[in-house]
Design a protein around this ligand. Structure first.
Ligand SMILES: Cc1cc2nc3c(=O)[nH]c(=O)nc-3n(C[C@H](O)[C@H](O)[C@H](O)COP(=O)(O)OP(=O)(O)OC[C@H]3O[C@@H](n4cnc5c(N)ncnc54)[C@H](O)[C@@H]3O)c2cc1C
Length: 1023
């Protein structure tokens, strides 16, 4: 079988045209659907307000309100807060952030009342007519928070038990035993293994569950037998597209073994569908597992297909072919999809050409029905399993199928009960399977949040069906009738990723690594794009000048990848003269004109992306993902500063008395020296240069001595874009060249990114000169901390710590250096982080599976190695990844170093070394004092579900970029303007609205318009 392949995010219109063009049903068929769906909706409505309907609960706390969100956060966090003090603060915080008053207990549904109570105040304590808000206040006083806490936990457990069939498989099996009219598919809670140990634990729990389910399965035949649902993300710590080879090698045998166990009991074994970027990978694994002859003769293997994905019908075609190729029947669960919001956000973040999912709910429904048709037609090669809680969808499926034979419905435990009870009353022969999560509360979270989010959404069927204010006719409106015209297939208020900043500018284009074809093409294009004889020479007025020639070597393997001709004091003087001479002509252009050249540079960067990527990899040692992100950042800088120039540098008419005009204009200062670092040899280099240029300055750019080739190529593209060669000059070289430039009397300003120490030297050198005091815009280092309290989600913390500390081999200014974890959760969190760090691949970044590439050079490596060795001699190294060091390269394996106090870390350790301190719940302020005492103020991370805590920390520390509940790297131009305070920099922030003006001087031109004989315009005013 060829691997699955389909366009990742094709235009919606094309698909809509195809789906809308399908033959309509007859009027009679439509009438039958209406009648059945109406009966089902009415049954749902009649039942709501009865016992325990979670739908009532969700409607009561609609997620568009603050309460809904606060509730989710509370449910999510409280389940795992180990210490009482934090739990109390969390409860207080959430109860005060919601407006509970209008949620008087009006529904009789058990769950609604239980949750409204309390969020936990138990029903015994509360009297009718009282609101949780006033009750809480008095109750808190009378009973104290501990009692409220206990009650709240109880309510959370109630919520949990509503969605979870049992904490153990035995408990779940016995509960299911009482519901003989349903088939079951058990789901062992837990997903997204972060470490090899997690994966082993989940594997065991699946294997044990299969044995237990098998033992209790009875004698019925498939499909009328129970089953198990498996998430592949639970079985491998790096279940991601870039780790494809490793996943196929390591995960396939695991899945195969579980499938064999399921086969031994003739169970239904379904692979759940997860995020879109993992679709190809999951189908690769499934294809490989199914090819194994040991599964022959078993018809229980299945997978879930998400209709909200644009590739849904292509997946079904592929699965159909797969089943035929192996001569086996496969079971296919058709769902609409549970990760919609995540998919939309991810596509926006990655700057994709389109979305992999539909953006209108009706398109998802339309796609679902197209898949239904396809699956029904594929019977008996495929056994369709229609998973939905939507009455219209159910009625449409039955009509499409012409009866109830040869397929089953599925619902989630705790949802869709009234719907399927009504259906089974009407049609006892209908088959329905319940997806039944099993597990402890600790693993419930991700699942619970998805259920609450998805079903609380305004567009979701469960929320409208239970709302009597919505007429049944609206519920019955067909997706075709919502869409009508294929041109309206996309949601109007969800812009395409490239239009995110529209109309000001277009977003930079990114790459989806989960799309194999795109990724493969990119890898080979980058391979071919590396310039054969790359040279970076001083460029003065566009002429390449001679000087000291030296080889440029790659940190990947030490090989020579080009040459640099370095400047000296004489060349610095020559560049300065040329730049000073070029300045007036360039400054005479309008800002709008100069901005055009930035926009053109952006286009040329994107057009020559592959060469830039190759250089970034070879010269900077970057992984492909980092390199793509860097090119995007550079492109964004160009377009953002162009847009800002049009906005903020344009002449501005100032208000004033009549008879005169007052115009504020911005002018270039003269010659700007831009000194950039090696860690973002393209993005920071470009950001400085184009900002200085667009503000009207001539520029001498001095790139880092480690990375002149990228810089030289970027300058070439800027010249090609129309920036005059007399305005932009390049001077490669070391610190001495920089010092020579700075010392020149003609310098009108300096933009510098690098160490605090060098920034100080530059500052002193500038101050020592006579003549005008010129601006220094410096971005320097930081001892960046992340504070994690006990309410944080350990899995999320782990992801964000690994990304923040180890991505780019820790060589970002923003990287996490100091992790501060609350004592109560520290062991668990650190174990998880260590496990995740263990699963990272360190090595040649040209290998797509590599997570951590080399550090920049031998000097950096030696310094880091020495630092780690010294900490090891103090017994402080908790973990270091075993060394996998390709010959000749400068690799440092990620390490975790334990410290006693935050103040023990006194310097910026610029590499993949994570320092960790533990703090006690009551000692947060002391910790903040320690962090502040370093004097740095660049990035700061906070992981807490308590808004109060996050606000408190933000108020106490003045770091330039604060990230709450996410990673702390990857600032986006124009979204997260970047730069710190204190020892971390002067500001203004790069990629922010205040940056450009610092590069310009201001001039106000006042003209007395009445000087030449009277104020004509005033006199011309009418009555
Ligand atoms: C038995 C069972 C197993 C499941 N297994 C999986 C699984 O393996 N993987 C998985 O992802 N999900 C799974 N789900 C969850 C499933 O995706 C949701 O429950 C389902 O989408 C709800 O569909 P519905 O027909 O009940 O609701 P409806 O309310 O009719 O539809 C909700 C769907 O519309 C989508 N939607 C909402 N707004 C928009 C919009 N603006 N544009 C496009 N689409 C939109 C939502 O994302 C959701 O998919 C499973 C569900 C069941 C019942």
């Amino acid at each position: 079988m060829t691997p699955f392949s389909a366009s990742y995010s094709p235009p919606d219109t094309e698909i809509a045209a195809r789906l809308l063009g399908a033959a309509p049903l007859s009027a009679e068929a439509d009438a039958r659907i209406d009648a059945r769906a109406t009966r089902l909706v009415e049954a749902i409505r009649a039942e709501s307000g009865g016992l325990g309907g979670i739908e009532d609960f969700l409607r009561e706390y609609s997620l568009s309100t603050k309460e809904g969100l606060a509730l989710m956060v509370l449910a999510e966090a409280l389940l795992r807060v180990p210490d009482s003090a934090t739990a109390d603060r969390l409860i207080e915080d959430k109860l005060s952030s919601g407006d509970w008053t209008h949620h008087e207990v009006k529904s009789r549904a058990l769950l609604v009342s239980a949750s409204a109570w309390a969020l936990g105040l138990s029903a015994r304590i509360i009297h009718p007519g009282e609101t949780p808000e006033n009750i809480l206040e008095s109750l808190g006083k009378r009973l104290g928070l501990p009692a409220v806490r206990t009650a709240t936990r109880q309510a959370m457990r109630l919520l949990g038990s509503h969605f979870v069939l049992g904490q153990t498989i035995e408990e779940a099996l016995s509960r299911a035993g009482g519901q003989r009219e349903f088939r079951y598919s058990y789901d062992m809670l837990g997903e997204g293994a972060r470490s090899g140990d997690d994966a082993v634990r989940y594997f065991k729990s699946y294997a044990d569950a299969i044995a237990a389910i098998g033992a209790a399965a009875g004698n019925a035949k498939l499909p009328d037998r129970p089953g198990i649902s498996v998430k592949l993300s639970a079985l491998h710590p790096r279940y991601e597209a870039i780790s494809r080879e490793r996943v196929l090698e390591e995960l396939t045998p695991q899945v195969l073994e579980l499938a064999r166990l399921a086969k031994a009991h003739d169970l239904n074994f379904t692979v759940d569908a997860e995020e879109a970027d993992r679709l190809e990978l999951s189908l690769d694994v499934i294809g490989a597992v199914l090819a194994d002859q040991s599964l022959a003769g078993w018809d229980g293997f299945g997978l879930a297909v998400q209709a909200y994905q644009k590739r849904a019908t292509a997946v079904i075609d592929w699965v159909h072919d797969l089943a035929e190729a192996h001569g086996r029947r496969l079971m296919v669960r058709l769902v609409k999809g549970a990760y919609w919001d995540t998919e939309v956000k991810r596509a926006q973040e990655r700057g994709l050409a389109g979305y992999p999912v539909f953006t209108r709910k009706a398109m998802t429904d339309l796609s679902y029905m197209a898949c239904v048709k396809q699956l029904l037609a594929a019977r008996p090669v495929l056994y369709p399993q229609f998973a939905t809680h939507n009455a219209l969808t159910v009625a449409s499926v039955i009509e499409q199928a012409g009866g109830l034979e040869g397929y089953e419905f599925q619902r989630l435990h705790g949802m869709g009960e009234q719907l399927y009870d009504a259906l089974l009353r009407e049609q006892p022969q209908a088959a329905c399977r319940v997806y039944a999560p099993v597990g402890g509360h600790r693993d419930l979270l991700a699942y619970l949040v998805r259920r609450l989010l998805e079903n609380g959404a305004n567009s979701s069927f469960v929320s409208v069906a239970a709302d009597p204010a919505v007429p049944v006719s609206t519920i019955l409106k067909r997706p075709q009738a919502w869409i009508v015209d294929a041109r309206d297939a996309r949601h109007r208020r969800i812009p395409l990723p490239r239009d995110l900043y529209s109309p000001e500018r277009i977003n930079s284009a990114g790459v989806e690594f989960g799309d194999r074809e795109t990724l493969t093409d990119l890898i080979s294009a980058v391979h071919l794009a590396m310039p054969r004889a790359a040279v970076a020479a001083p460029l003065v007025n566009g002429h390449a000048l001679e000087g000291l020639r030296r080889a440029v070597t790659s940190p990947i393997d030490g090989s020579t990848i080009g040459h640099v001709v370095e400047g000296d004091a004489a060349l610095a003087a020559a560049a300065m003269s040329a730049a000073a001479a070029g300045f007036p002509a360039w400054a005479a252009h309008s800002a709008v004109m100069r901005a055009v050249m930035l926009d053109r540079t952006a286009v040329l960067f994107e057009r020559n992306r592959d060469t830039l990527l190759a250089l970034l990899q070879q010269e900077g040692g970057k992984t492909l993902d980092d390199a793509v992100a860097e090119v995007r950042e550079a492109v964004d800088f160009c377009r953002y500063y162009a847009a800002q120039a049009r906005k903020t540098l344009a002449p501005e008419r100032m208000p004033g008395p009549t008879g005169e005009t007052n115009d504020l204009v911005h002018r270039g200062r003269g010659v700007f020296v831009c000194i950039s670092p090696w860690n973002f040899p393209l993005a920071i280099f470009t950001g400085q240069v184009v900002a200085a240029l667009v503000a009207g300055n001539a520029v001498i750019a001095k790139p880092a001595e480690q990375t002149p080739l990228v810089a030289a190529y970027a300058v070439r593209l800027m010249h090609e874009a129309g920036v005059p060669k007399t305005a932009l000059h390049l001077l490669p070289g070391d610190g001495k060249v920089g010092a020579a430039l700075i010392a020149d009397a003609r310098v009108a300003g300096v933009a510098f990114t690098g160490s605090t120490e060098v920034a100080r030297l530059i500052n002193r050198a500038l101050a020592n000169k006579d003549g005008p005091i010129v601006p220094l815009i410096a971005e320097t280092g930081g001892i960046n901390a992340m504070i994690v309290d006990a309410t944080a989600l350990p899995e999320q913390v782990t992801d964000d710590v690994i990304t923040s500390a180890f991505r780019s081999a820790g060589q970002r200014c923003s990287a996490l250096r100091l992790l501060c974890v609350q004592e109560d959760v520290a062991d668990r969190v650190l174990d998880m982080i260590e496990g995740a760090a263990r699963s990272l691949v360190v090595g040649d970044p040209r290998n797509i599976a590599t997570h951590v590439g080399p550090v920049i050079d031998t000097e950096a490596k030696d310094k880091l190695d020495k630092w780690i060795a010294n900490r090891a001699s103090e017994g402080r190294v908790r973990f270091q990844r075993e060394r996998i060091t390709p010959a000749g390269g400068t690799y440092v394996a990620p390490a975790i170093v334990m410290l006693d106090r935050a103040s023990d870390l006194k310097e910026e350790v610029f590499g993949p070394v994570l320092h960790v301190v533990r703090y006690r719940a009551g000692e947060l302020d002391a910790l903040l004092n320690d962090i502040a005492a370093s004097g740095y103020g660049l990035t700061l991370g906070v992981h807490s579900r308590i808004d109060d805590t996050a606000e408190h920390i933000v108020a106490r520390l003045s770091n330039g970029n604060v990230y709450v509940n996410r990673s702390m790297i990857g600032a986006v131009v124009g979204t997260q303007p970047f730069g710190g305070s204190g020892l971390s920099g002067t500001g203004p922030k790069a990629g922010g609205p205040n940056y450009l003006r610092r590069f310009a001087t201001e001039q106000v031109v006042t003209v007395n318009t009445s000087a030449a004989g009277g104020n004509a315009s005033l006199l011309a005013e009418g009555e």
